[in-house]
Design a protein around this ligand. Structure first.
Ligand code: GLN
Length: 532
């Protein structure tokens, strides 16, 4: 198919309705019909990318193979579609303005007054169409962040208006809203939906399909009412009822025929429903685990579970293949002390120390490593978690008193984790870490090799500090072995303790690559070790 069709997903009434999951579910259904699909997120904030955002503000920062720091919704897109996203899949207002202003400074606008319309909207259009023009997807689904009516998302909505006009039959808009249930009157209410569609109409955008989030089944009357007030066919009023897992949503959307309505709108043939066999198999395993295991997730952003989204999802995928449910215990590293760490971690069958930045909570993380190492409890250290494992080993096995990462203590006598050479002169914070996919060569005598079954792998990174090569032999001789090395730069990417049941620390982020149909081998292997 040569034409790219563009689908815009907007949201009304409130945030957190799950536009990302609806977009990913629709994409999944179209993909299972044999189409190539990608999903893009337009974020209305002024940060150039979310890399500089505190995880408390915006949840996890997801990283793509090509090194973009992106919104966590891109993680959902990849987990659902099993297709990598790229720089082009996440656009922020900051990045749009940045490129327009750079063009202005170069004189590219030839003396014109630079304005939101058309200059900003043209740049937004260019970023949307890149995915069709350059990558030739059959469908580009563009999720507009924020809620209709926000000042911040106006230029995006205006762009949707223009593109709908330009692309005609090849563009459509899905608007996601909420139908709240008022328990006092025992009724579902459609007024907020009517109002949010009015807001869209004021901006010149007529939605083609409405997806209504609801706690209770919508009656035919409710659907008819919404259809009447919002100028859509009753068949295009789709119910999205609350479900116990996001992975159920594609199945629900198939029952509601969201994909069929989309194909019909585009005037495309609608063949019978794809089976979604692998997906359903995963769902059934996930929902009917044979057993449950307790694993500690030690980090400092545990109050906001979105901060470790991809790790939590990776455990869902890895649990399902192992026929179990991983019961994650989110433990705040600041609450772990010398006094309580043994008691706190005793019920845990495995310990994962999470990624992070800054010294807060470091000592608790190091104690968690100590517990796992000394008690032969399966341990998985991810990025900062691996660095904590190295520091713990240096202090407690090698006897390097006050060993640390130079990130936490610039004056440490043993900087076993140190700033990378190329990072030393970097002053700007945004987009300057070691980012994206890098190769790693794995020792055949390692748990990592057993998991991957390959000696050359590639994983995504996001960090400034690394294992300090100077201490390579000290660690190796004392029993913590660097088993994964970057073949180009010699950086240590994986450490293991071979005498331990399962003790693996990785400098990269395996969680970014775990998907429903391809759970990450290290998470699968860790869970297996936990179960044994
Ligand atoms: N703060 C550490 C570094 O920059 C680890 C980063 C991370 O865990 N993503 O190297």
């Amino acid at each position: 198919m040569s034409t790219t069709r563009y689908i815009f997903v907007t949201g009304g009434v409130t945030s957190s309705l799950g536009k990302g999951i609806i977009s990913a579910s629709l994409a999944k259904l179209l993909q299972s019909r044999g189409f190539s699909v990608t999903i893009q997120k337009l974020d209305p904030y002024l940060n150039v990318d979310p890399g500089t955002l505190n995880p408390y503000e915006h949840g996890e920062c997801f990283v793509t193979d090509d090194g973009a720091e992106t919104d966590l919704d891109l993680g959902h897109y990849e987990r659902f579609l099993n297709v990598p996203t790229s720089q082009a899949n996440n656009v922020t207002t900051g990045s749009i303005y940045k490129s327009v202003i750079e063009k202005e400074r170069r004189g590219d606008f030839l003396g014109k007054t630079v304005q939101i319309i058309p200059h900003i909207t043209d740049e937004i259009k260019r970023r949307i169409k890149i995915l069709g023009n350059k990558y030739k997807y059959d469908f580009v689904i563009t999720e507009i962040g924020g809620t209709v009516g926000d000042i911040e998302s106006l230029p995006y909505i205006e762009t949707v208006r223009q593109l709908k006009w330009e692309l005609g039959q090849n563009a459509l808009v899905i608007h996601l809203t909420l139908v709240p249930y008022l328990s006092a009157s025992g009724e579902l209410k459609t007024k907020p939906t009517q109002h949010s569609v009015k807001l869209l109409l004021e901006a010149g955008v007529q939605p083609d399909i409405l997806v209504l989030r609801t706690e209770r089944e919508l009656t035919e009357d409710i659907r008819a009412k919404v259809a009447l007030f919002c100028n859509v066919n009753i068949g295009n009023v789709i119910q999205s009822i609350d479900v116990c897992t996001i992975y159920e949503v594609p199945i629900k959307m198939q029952e509601e025929e969201l994909d069929k309505r989309v194909l019909e709108k585009f005037g495309m043939p609608v063949e019978k429903n794809p089976e979604l066999i692998a997906w359903k198999e995963f769902l059934s395993k996930y929902k009917n685990p044979e057993r449950t295991v307790d694993v500690a997730l030690v980090g400092k952003y545990v109050e906001l579970q979105d901060a470790y989204k991809s790790i939590a999802e990776s455990f869902i995928h890895a649990g399902a293949v192992n026929n179990c449910k991983v019961n994650l215990h989110w433990i705040h590293s600041e609450n772990i002390t010398r006094k309580n760490y043994e008691e706190l971690l005793k019920p845990m069958k495995g310990v994962l120390v999470a990624p992070g930045f800054g010294h807060r909570g470091m000592e608790g993380k190091i104690l968690a490593v100590k517990y796992a190492r000394e008690n032969n409890v399966p341990f998985f250290g991810v990025c900062l978690g691996m660095q904590c494992a190295v520091i713990e080993f240096a202090r407690n096995v090698l006897g390097f008193e006050k060993a640390n990462s130079s990130e936490m203590d610039e004056k440490t006598p043993y900087p076993v984790i140190d700033i990378m050479e190329e990072q030393k002169n970097v002053l700007e914070k945004g987009g300057t870490m070691r980012l994206g996919a890098y190769p790693c060569r794995i020792d055949k005598k390692s748990n990592a090799y057993k998991a991957y079954g390959e000696t050359l792998i590639e994983e995504r990174h996001r960090h400034r500090y690394e294992f300090n090569d100077k201490y390579f032999d000290d660690f190796k001789n004392a029993g913590m072995v660097p088993v994964g090395i970057n073949p180009e730069t010699n950086l240590v990417e994986i450490v293991e303790i071979p005498s331990h049941k399962w003790f693996v620390g990785v400098q990269f982020h395996p969680e970014y690559r775990s998907t429903v149909v391809k759970p990450h081998p290290l998470f699968v292997s860790f869970v297996k070790a936990v179960l044994e």
